[in-house]
Ligand binder design. Sequence first.
Ligand code: HEC
Length: 151
Amino acid sequence: MSKSKFLTGLSIVAGVAVIASGAAVAQDAIAKRKALMKAVGGATKTGSQMVKGEIPFDAAKAAESMNTIAKGWAEFATLYPKGTETGGETTASPKIWETFADFDAQGKKMAADAAKAATAAAGGADAFKAAFGDVTKSCKSCHDVYRVKKN
Ligand code: HEC
């Protein structure tokens, strides 16, 4: 192989690698945000089982679950770069990229409500129940707008 052919070959390989790593970054962001939401879902389940009396109320565990939700948002909001609108079995709605400021505001509200519920847990089961209700309302209001239903 001549030297110039070899160099052309190398740059093609490098170009393909750049494209592939861009796609990998996109897949990574989708996988990460789904995993984070799953953790939020798990923490919410713990809270809701306590509220329903399916598991005993435990102030420390309740607070820990709410803190998981509260802390998740900061990273979650960074996992919507352009190029991740589709793929990776995402259920994110294209609306997220149209009105990101509103999406972010809804997420911040959830985080603030979850932080309040974490504090309320120290006040006992009833105080927790009231604060937890606000957290679950924010799940639905965001999903209704920013998540596409899969049939
Ligand atoms: C500000 C918007 C927003 C809020 C608030 C929100 N979610 Fe989500 N949620 C999303 C989006 C967007 C997805 C889809 C992510 C994707 O597929 O890329 C999602 C996906 C999920 C999933 C599916 C994860 C998977 O396995 O793909 C679960 C479970 C979930 N959310 C639970 C919750 C719960 C519980 C709450 C409330 C405590 C909540 N979410 C609050 C936006 C939100």
